[in-house]
Ligand binder design. Structure first.
Ligand SMILES: Nc1nc2c(ncn2[C@@H]2O[C@H](COP(=O)(O)OP(=O)(O)O)[C@@H](O)[C@H]2O)c(=O)[nH]1
Ligand SMILES: Nc1ncnc2c1ncn2[C@@H]1O[C@H](COP(=O)(O)OP(=O)(O)O)[C@@H](O)[C@H]1O
Length: 190
């Protein structure tokens, strides 16, 4: 495969903004492979090891070869060279979900693939809370998550990430899909 043709779509945004929903849409409509990242947080109901994340212990986490790693709401998260390679073996365009700090790290690396940065926004914090609650997490869990320094930080796009990012407002899902389709149509062959 021609390395120059590979593309990584980096998706970031507040917790509950719709990053996973968008990643799933890109997988089902366009066949874009997901880069599975590593975390020490426990799986949520319905999440599967090696599909949603590589769920790691503190010890096993350290054994990976990371492009970047962060601490988010008290847990470790990291994207590994192995994870990227596995995704690019299956499709030329891959997608990855990162916090904004991780996305900033990617703006600084020299990579063999093209990078596209998307920041997902939701019109109001109230809507965010509602969506997270609908996802099945308890009110207490949601409050705790939204109170972490990292979650607060990622509610807004950091200034040093803004020049690299396409901001996608995820209000009505059908409009979001249309926006994404347009962006990908425009990006084709560029
Ligand atoms: N930097 C970085 N962030 C990650 C990685 N994997 C996941 N994240 C981010 O970690 C944050 C927390 O993810 P998660 O626990 O799944 O919670 P959610 O955002 O509420 O679905 C999100 O902002 C993810 O984008 C990674 O490998 N590196
Ligand atoms: N445009 C939308 N309108 C209404 N609900 C949405 C929309 N996009 C995503 N959701 C829902 O919001 C919740 C959070 O979305 P999710 O993709 O899990 O967010 P993230 O991965 O950013 O934390 C999920 O229950 C999802 O189905």
């Amino acid at each position: 495969m021609d390395g120059k043709m590979q593309r990584l779509i980096i998706i970031c945004g507040a917790t509950g903004s719709g990053k996973t929903t968008i990643q799933n849409y890109l997988a089902s409509k366009y066949g874009f492979e997901r880069v599975i990242t590593h975390t020490t947080r426990a799986p949520r109901k319905g999440e599967e090891d090696k599909k949603d994340y590589y769920f790691e212990s503190e010890e096993s986490f350290l054994k990976n070869h990371f492009v970047e790693q962060v601490k988010y709401a008290g847990f470790q998260y990291g994207s590994s060279h192995e994870g990227l390679k596995r995704a690019f073996e299956k499709s030329k365009t891959a997608t990855i979900i990162l916090d904004t700090q991780g996305a900033i790290s990617y703006t600084k690396i020299v990579a063999a693939f093209e990078m596209i940065f998307w920041y997902i926004e939701v019109p109001s914090e109230k809507q965010l809370e509602m969506r997270i609650l609908n996802r099945g997490q308890s009110e207490e869990e949601v409050k705790k998550r939204l109170a972490s320094v990292e979650a607060r930080r990622d509610m807004k796009i950091p200034q040093n990430l803004e020049p690299f990012c396409e901001i996608i407002e995820n209000a009505l899902w059908k409009d979001t899909k249309r926006k994404i389709d347009k962006l990908l149509e425009f990006g084709r062959d560029n």
